[in-house]
Design a protein around this ligand. Structure first.
Ligand code: COA
Length: 389
């Protein structure tokens, strides 16, 4: 059988960063609640000329530069913060990246889960046509109301993955455990720019989805827990993955420890929540920080409120280490420009645009791709001059 999986991975995030110590000082919270209780240190904040389209294209650019576009006949973009109810984020990304016209492009949605549906679809496409590659991008901006209890769990990020036969990073194994249950734990009605959430219910719904997906995985012949070497979870806040991991340990009667998750949460502590991209930012973090992964089996748990969970495994390929990739990701996080709480609140309020009025968005970020404004109701995206040449 053809080996299929993730050939390469790339992370992008917003141009700004808010240190959660500053948010804690502003709203009179003990900073330990954020650092320890939620397991978050910072959140990425977007400049006015960034959104999920520019993040997605920026995440994928290094993959296109390194691996070219040959054989990419499918572009899947997963997001729950899309910018149009009809046109998919991927169509703009397709143009910005110069992908071949012979390409199917679609957007997927189911809260933070849909990138995993995209991955499973991509694996199927590649298994059937091993000469093809699929570009899969998870891209999101987590936005809650200012001054809400969910506010410190905002963030932004995109993760692009090239899915292929004979993958260079992670061969995905065929057994997968899935679970769907109708729960109102988190949702965003079409007339709102921020999500509504029942935080406590979302935590218990996440854990229920994990144990349910694990049981399905086990019933379908998934490997026993002792044969899993590393764990990677969806991380709306990194402490959520610790809670879930310990709960799964009790469920399967295995000693699953919080320290197991340290390497897979290093980026997420600094990004904040990035919804569909969160699990895969965790995977990038694990691959960039753990130097003993070759041949190891990683379990990945994907959760999207509402709710859908999926647990699956992959085996890490021997050549997975890349100093260049790790350096690029470190720079992406380190080079964000800090904002204070006042500026963050301005950016939060200014992030929503009506399509009724034409606007020009001045250059703000210096990123490879920009949201340039609205013309005749349509959003405009441009590549930086050096890319457009
Ligand atoms: N030092 C250390 N820890 C502290 C603390 C302090 N000074 N103060 C509070 N904490 C801990 C709490 O004990 C709690 O940990 P626990 O759950 O292990 O007991 C944690 O910090 C959070 O405190 P809590 O009072 O529950 O926070 P909250 O009511 O402000 O809400 C969320 C937390 C996650 C519910 C809220 O941020 C939210 O709704 N987020 C969005 C939804 C989400 O991400 N859901 C996840 C599943 S998808």
């Amino acid at each position: 059988m053809t080996r299929v999986g993730i050939h390469d991975i790339s992370l992008a995030t917003g141009q700004h960063v808010l240190d959660l110590d500053e948010l804690a000082a502003f709203n009179g919270t003990d900073p330990a609640k954020y650092h320890v209780g939620l397991g978050l240190d910072q959140m990425s904040v977007l400049a006015p000329d960034e959104d999920v389209v520019t993040l997605a294209a920026s995440a994928a650019l290094p993959l296109i530069r390194e691996h070219g576009t040959d054989g990419i006949r499918t572009l899947l973009v997963a997001t729950e913060s899309g910018v149009d109810e009809s046109k998919s984020v991927g169509v703009w990304v397709h143009r910005l990246l110069g992908l071949p016209a012979g390409c199917r492009t679609v957007e997927l949605k189911q809260a933070c889960y849909s990138a995993t549906a995209g991955l499973q679809a991509a694996l199927g496409i590649v298994a059937r046509n091993p000469g093809e590659r699929v570009l899969l991008i998870a891209t999101d901006v987590a936005r809650y109301d200012l001054d809400s209890s969910a506010e410190p769990t905002q963030g932004a990020g995109a993760v692009a993955m090239l899915v292929s036969a004979e993958p260079g990073l992670l061969t995905i194994e065929p057994v997968t455990g899935v679970r769907t249950a109708d729960v109102d734990d988190f949702w965003r009605p079409v007339d709102r720019s921020t999500a509504l959430v029942d935080g406590r219910l979302s935590v218990s719904a996440y854990v229920d989805a994990l144990t349910g997906a694990w049981d399905d995985f086990a019933e379908r012949g998934g490997v026993p827990v002792e044969q899993i070497d590393r764990w990677c979870y969806h991380q709306p806040f990194t402490r959520m993955s610790v809670k879930a991991h310990q709960r799964l340990g009790r469920h399967v009667d295995a000693p699953l420890a919080a320290e197991d998750l340290d390497d897979a949460s290093r980026y997420n502590r600094r990004l904040g929540n990035c919804y569909t991209a969160s699990l895969y930012a965790g995977l990038a973090s694990l691959l960039d920080h753990d130097d003993d992964l070759a041949g190891r089996r990683v379990a990945l748990f994907s959760y999207g409120s509402g709710s859908v969970g999926e647990l699956f495994t992959g085996v890490v390929e021997p050549g997975y280490r890349s100093a260049e990739r790790a350096l690029r990701h470190a720079k992406t996080l380190d080079e964000r420009k800090p904002v204070d709480v006042g500026r963050y609140r301005e950016l939060h309020r200014a992030a929503v645009h009506t399509s009724d009025v034409d606007i020009d968005i001045p250059v703000a970020s210096g990123t490879p791709f920009r949201f340039a404004g609205v013309r005749g109701g349509a959003r405009q995206y441009v590549a930086a001059e050096h890319l457009a040449e």
